[in-house]
Design a protein around this ligand. Structure first.
Ligand code: FES
Length: 175
């Protein structure tokens, strides 16, 4: 076997191995019952109390806020002025059906879209993080994304599914 033939056979062997490796995920995706899990890990280690990040997730924006203790404490007194204080009628994972609407009171994660007509809400923060306001028809949401009574929006801001990978990393999940 001459050198040229040897190199041709080696290249062909690599092609077969590469094609096989690439085809496994493709073939798995065609299998009944196979569901691709989509994940996004967000490092929250640098967020100081009151600071937030806005990340792109599944074609929408998600706010990740590190709530200061004052903002969490204010939620109880705001129950009476909320449309859905216990978040019974709003959209969130089961773990967020509570006053803080979160796994851990320190962090709030909500989709940025207003539940009225979908405009992106803005963070309301003077000396301390207080919640969100919608620029379109002025619906106001508190520090748990709970909408105020009488607003155009009737549901609280939607909470995405997520989990903590560590104290510094939150994983958004679309299973
Ligand atoms: S879209 Fe937000 S209040 Fe109308």
């Amino acid at each position: 076997m001459n050198r040229r033939t040897l190199l041709t056979r080696i290249a062909a062997a690599f092609s077969v191995v590469a094609a096989g490796g690439l085809s496994v995920p493709f073939l798995k995706s065609l299998m009944p019952g196979f569901q691709r899990e989509i994940l996004l890990d967000v490092d929250v280690s640098t967020l100081a109390p009151g600071e937030y990040r806005r990340v792109r997730w599944l074609g929408r924006h998600v706010f990740i806020v590190r709530r200061p203790p004052e903002a969490v404490a204010s939620l109880t007194e705001q129950d009476a002025s909320r449309e859905d204080p216990g978040s019974v009628h709003s959209n969130q994972p089961v773990f967020a059906r509570n006053r803080t609407r979160s796994r851990d009171a320190d962090h709030l994660l909500v989709y940025a879209n207003c539940t009225h007509l979908g405009c992106e809400v803005e963070v309301v923060s003077d000396t301390v993080f207080r919640g969100f306001s919608c620029p379109c028809h002025r619906s106001e949401f508190d520090a748990a994304g709970r909408v105020e009574q009488g607003a155009a929006a009737k549901l609280n801001l939607e909470v995405p599914d997520y989990q903590y990978i560590s104290s510094d990393v939150i994983r958004l999940i679309d299973a």
